[in-house]
Ligand binder design. Sequence first.
Ligand code: SGN
Ligand code: CA
Length: 561
Amino acid sequence: MKNIICVLAITACLLVSCNPKKEKEAVAPKRPNIVFIMSDDHAYQAISAYDTSLIETPNIDRIAKMGMLFTNASVTNSICAPSRAVILTGKHSHINGKIDNHFPFDTTNVTFPQILKKAGYQTAMFGKLHFGNNPKGFDQFKILPGQGAYYNPDFITKNEGKINVKGYVTDIITDMTLDWLEKERNPEDPFLLMYLHKAPHRSWLMAERHMEEFTNRTFREPATLFDDYATRPAAEEAEMSILKHLSWTGDNKIYPETIDAMNEPEIGIDKLRFEHSVGRMDSVQFANFKSSYDKVNADFKDNYPSLSEEDKMRWRYQRYMQDYLGTIKSVDENVGRVLDYLEENDLMENTIIVYTSDQGFYLGEHGWFDKRFVYDESFKTPLLVAWPQKVAPGTTSDEMVQNLDFAQTFLEAAGVEQPTDMQGESLLPILTGKMEDWNREAVYYHYYEYPAEHMVNRHYAIVSKEYKLIHYYFDQDYWELIDRKKDPKELKNVYDDPAYADVREKLHKELAAMREKYGDNDALDQKYINTFMDDVEKNGIFGVNKKKLESIIEKRKADKE
Ligand code: SGN
Ligand code: CA
């Protein structure tokens, strides 16, 4: 009897009081890890959990199967560095100051990783940041300088300075991520891991192993490939047409010597673009590239010049899709590697896994590539969130959530207080099915970078599930109203249609209230125009039609006088 009591006592002691770690867990549940996966320019049309018509992404889809797929997630400003600044600060661009890709991020902003680190999280970032400076609040980082390169990329690292790594960027960023998880992470504490791909950003250079498959594929065309932009003058002015604005060498991978040999004055050679991307390959990589792209070049030389205008557009669309989607194939494979690691190491259950993009992208809709507009394909962004312990598997939400909401979501999940000046909302009520705590009817959007590459006018908008009311204010000045239910392809501006007079009035009021709520206004818009234009007038700007720029500068001068 004595012996039995003794054994029981020892067992109880082992189970509870003699195991301080267990005791701690019994008191406070373990804080979740956060794996934030973001790619650059990944359109939701190119994720099979959303749309199976272009590509299969079985690994990214695993996140939706384990958790929640958001069908109405959007960004507040559809461009790279500003989106990242919104994500990190939980504040709109006009408040955090990173309104465009032009000026560096103001590092006096407080970011959620800094707060999590203070609260005891381990923090690491690998891949693309694009801030013009290094991230604060990270125990470890290895980031690409600026846009970074697809082949044999350089990295800026926290501990080793600048390094060069041989290989393909998507594989390398994943290797670094897995290395950190395996060798640097302290398994006792929760972690925040930001795993940020460069792909599928322009100029869409895929891994060698996918070139043969993707250069032989043909993809479906979008319904609006031949949009005429009637009723939308800002869309008409934009320079992001697949037919007119892609680069032959950099984007379409036509060799400078192919173009030389053709002697077609309309087909320009841009040797620098070719050198900057393909030119970084070593001889083996280049031989592999050529073995797939020689046939593309032969087809171009033999057939392209005699095609009709429409078929030229079609040809370039196929070329664009082959390369763009090819880069996504390796993103998907590599996301699979990270998910496998989490599974194999018992890290899945209490880890919040997010897959998103810094914004959406046009895959031929409106005849475009690139982003920037508040029209759906670039305003919306993919968002898949898994957290097996809390989020029911295979669920979908059509709530209007934004990249503005991530910071507060993560802070709440970590049990850390949310700074009162953050402007988003935690998504936990949606993720955990407590919809009585969620109440948002519409979101605010504001894009700034103009005049700049692709020439998308500055605009702000209110977006509800039914409508978009958009104000283009520099240098064009007019309003657009889109009826999202009746016109989901967003081809018709009904702002002046008398049938919409009531809707228009209501939305104007709501937009004014929203600008007030978020602290945005005409004076701020003007301030941002002035800082930008003063700099452009002094230092010039890349990728802008000189004549157009001069006319904007002249007009601005005249307006001032
Ligand atoms: C580069 C691209 C543009 C792209 C911007 C911003 N041109 O300048 O097409 O819009 O980046 O992209 S390229 O010929 O240099 O590739 S962002 O995702 O970083 O905002
Ligand atoms: Ca981007």
